[in-house]
Write a protein that binds this ligand. Structure first.
Ligand code: NI
Length: 174
């Protein structure tokens, strides 16, 4: 397994729309394993393939704090959404240190293929529901900061560009 570099907002590649996974083969399973390792190492609750610059419909989520194995969702589709909404603080591995309130459906029903390519159905609520909707947005090229006001988004963009510059090993050597 290998750790994969995570794209950071406002990298334009984060706005790529992912394509369906045609076949769950060894290459896809390897990507899944690398994404699981990358998510765990970054202490994240979810990761979309988009964030590691692979533009395929594949996400991993782990909202159980170690009680259950992480979920692998290949070609995920939301089949039902609750009318009830919930607002919660969201963060993103592609927008480190930024958290803000986003409104989502409180419950969603999801259909997706697992790591073996088998179709599974499940219902998610609470953090898992937030996470599924957040990660599926990534597959459409959407980052959660796009729900915030243009002013907040501009501030976040500036902060992220500065952070990336400050962390660069070349910083100060120009
Ligand atoms: Ni995210």
């Amino acid at each position: 397994m290998a750790l994969l570099p995570i794209l950071r907002y406002p990298d334009p590649r984060l706005h790529t729309v992912a394509k369906p996974v045609a076949e769950v083969d060894a290459r896809i399973q390897r990507l899944v394993d690398d994404m699981l390792e990358t998510m765990a190492q970054a202490d994240g609750v979810g990761l979309a393939a988009t964030q590691v610059d692979v533009h395929l419909r594949l996400i991993v989520i782990d909202t159980s704090e170690g009680r259950d194995p992480p979920r692998v969702l290949i070609n995920p589709e939301i089949t039902a959404r609750s009318a009830e909404m919930q607002t919660s603080d969201e963060g993103c591995l592609s927008v480190p240190t930024i958290y803000d309130q986003v409104q989502r459906h409180a419950r969603v029903s999801v259909r997706a293929q697992d790591r073996d390519g088998q179709w599974q159905n499940f219902d998610a609520e609470g953090l898992a529901a937030v996470c599924v909707q957040h990660e599926m947005d990534h597959l459409l090229g959407k980052v959660f900061v796009e729900y915030l006001s243009p002013l907040k988004r501009e501030r976040i963009k500036t902060k992220m560009l500065k952070k990336t510059r400050d962390e660069s090993p070349r910083a100060g050597r120009r």
